[in-house]
Design a protein around this ligand. Structure first.
Ligand code: BG6
Length: 515
């Protein structure tokens, strides 16, 4: 058996082999996500023998393509983006399982045609398929797709053969509280909640799933995971890239909607939630909602807001000169969209009252790096107090989400020698060293979970609404202010100075993460 086959994560995944016969229908089939993530995930799952034997993929989109052309598109996607190097055998096995259906998203005929195609495949293969719809289109067409799935009967609930339809909805899930509520209303009119999978790809990352394991499979952390021992918690989701060709989307969105409302808030919820009663999807999601509900409304005013936003100017990233956000193709001159956002949040519950949670995310920052750091209180200043001899740091636990995935504990240690001197040292667990580096992509895990009906790593309707409830006043306030209060930061830096001040108010500073 090769090293890759023995990979413990894959062993973990193999329990999913019971996924029922499924047809995955991707709306937005010629889009970027399909090319970069979905088709390569389909390929990798198949190569790992994790797909059910009867698993087909139908791409659906406005672009008129034949099955042959879409297969070519898929093949290129695999060659360019697959985690595994593509093999001729692997591709030959998969090719015949891929189809395409052309149609406008608001045209009822598209769905009738799709239905006939599915029925034809069912007859041809004598199989009753579960249908997994994946909505990966611009949000403007979510509504017609969902409504047409309902009116065409494709949103079928459990049928005589036990097969039924499920739907994965990509982000952005609404752009504020009202639109998220409206989207939930439309979805739950056409589907039952148990058929719905709202995706946040951060939950599919190994290290994010490991957060629950670190917290609840080790008994040493729980006793100190609270306001008595924790001084502050910091969550950073930094990217070195700019907006590329996505300015059309991004300028309407900004960092708060694009990253904080979903990915960063999910990291916060998993870090701060109470232990769930089981690992069931509902038990975990109940706890996440509870902790999100306990977040206090933010203070928002010109004097001392809990929220800071910034936009990058030109600078140097990775030794290369890069232009400002305003110069990115497609950004309007009047734009005051934030490419960076930082928040200071307080969770008003028994465990966390008074402990600041600092969140930040931005484009064109010094480098790509996501981590959660839990900063513990300093020991009483009684023994190791002479500054010239004793360098005593606050203990910190760092959960590195990406890259260099792992867990680090910062401790204080004696420097060897005849004199007693101290220095902070790091204890490091690295995934790549222990488990190898070829771990499954987030989308592989999430596709498989949706096929098997496991919603644990997906967002429930009330969860997304609770998060939007926290974000919406910030968005409204920033909108009122326009450019006033929009900070700038050099591309390649760690964000605007004002974001440092968020922490200084409480005697903290952002962790300076090593490479
Ligand atoms: C997406 C955002 O949800 O996450 C992008 O829309 C961002 O703007 C991406 O670049 C980051 O994901 P990852 O997995 O590369 O950290």
């Amino acid at each position: 058996m090769t090293e890759e086959m023995r990979h413990p994560f894959l062993e973990g995944l193999s329990r999913h082999r019971g996924a029922p016969p499924t047809i995955i229908v991707i709306f937005g089939a010629s889009g970027d996500l399909t090319r970069r993530k979905l088709v390569p995930s389909f390929y990798n799952l198949d190569s790992d023998n994790l797909l059910p034997t009867d698993c087909l993929l139908i791409g659906c989109g406005r672009k008129p393509l034949s099955d042959k052309q879409f297969r070519q598109f898929a093949r290129e996607a695999v060659v360019e983006h697959s985690r595994r190097s593509p093999s001729e055998d692997g591709w030959n096995r998969l090719e015949g399982k891929i189809f395409y259906h052309t149609g406008g998203y608001d045209d009822p005929d598209t769905y009738q045609g799709l239905k006939s195609k599915i029925e034809q495949l069912e007859r041809q293969n004598s199989t009753h398929y579960h249908i997994l719809f994946y909505i990966s289109t611009p949000p403007a067409v979510f509504k017609p797709i969902l409504e047409n799935l309902g009116s065409s009967g494709l949103s079928r609930t459990i049928g005589p053969h036990g097969n039924y339809a499920k739907v994965i909805v990509e982000k952005p899930f609404g752009h504020d509280l009202a639109s998220a509520r409206e989207l939930n209303r439309i979805i739950t009119k056409e589907f039952e909640e148990k058929q719905v999978y709202r995706i946040d790809h951060y939950l599919g990352k190994e290290t994010v799933q490991d957060l629950l394991v670190q917290r609840f499979a080790n008994s040493i952390f729980e006793p100190v995971w609270n306001r008595r021992f924790v001084d502050c918690v910091q969550i950073t989701v930094a990217e070195d890239l700019g907006v590329g060709s996505r300015a059309g989307y991004y300028d309407q969105s900004g960092a708060l909607r694009d990253m904080i409302q979903n990915h960063t808030m999910q990291l916060l919820a998993l870090t701060a939630m109470e232990p769930p009663v089981s690992l069931d999807a509902e038990a975990i999601r109940d706890e996440k909602v509870k902790v999100l509900k306990a977040i206090q409304p933010l203070t928002l005013n010109a004097e001392g807001s809990d929220a800071v936003r910034g936009q990058f100017t030109e600078g140097i990233v990775d030794g290369r000169k890069v232009t400002s956000y305003m110069q990115a193709p497609g950004v309007p001159n009047s734009s005051f969209t934030e490419t960076y956002a930082a928040l200071r949040l307080f969770i008003n519950n028994w465990r966390w009252q008074g402990v600041p949670f600092y969140l930040r995310s931005g484009k064109r920052m010094a480098r790509k790096m996501s981590e959660i750091s839990v900063h513990f209180k300093r020991p009483p200043g009684v023994l190791f107090t002479e500054a010239d001899k004793f360098d005593v740091a606050a203990n910190t636990m760092v959960l590195r989400i990406q890259p260099d995935e792992g867990v680090m504990l910062l401790l204080n240690s004696k420097i060897p020698g005849l004199e007693t001197r101290t220095q902070p040292v790091k204890m490091h667990f690295r995934y790549a060293t222990t488990f190898g580096s070829n771990t499954p992509e987030a989308y592989e895990r999430l596709l498989l979970d949706a096929m098997t009906g496991d919603a644990t790593l997906f967002i429930r309707g009330d969860e997304t609404e609770t998060s939007w409830k926290i974000m919406t006043p910030i968005l409204e306030y920033w909108n009122e202010c326009g450019k006033r209060g929009l900070e700038t930061y050099f591309a390649g830096s760690w964000g605007p100075l004002a974001a440092e001040r968020l922490l200084w108010d409480y005697g903290h500073q952002w962790r300076r993460a090593g490479p």
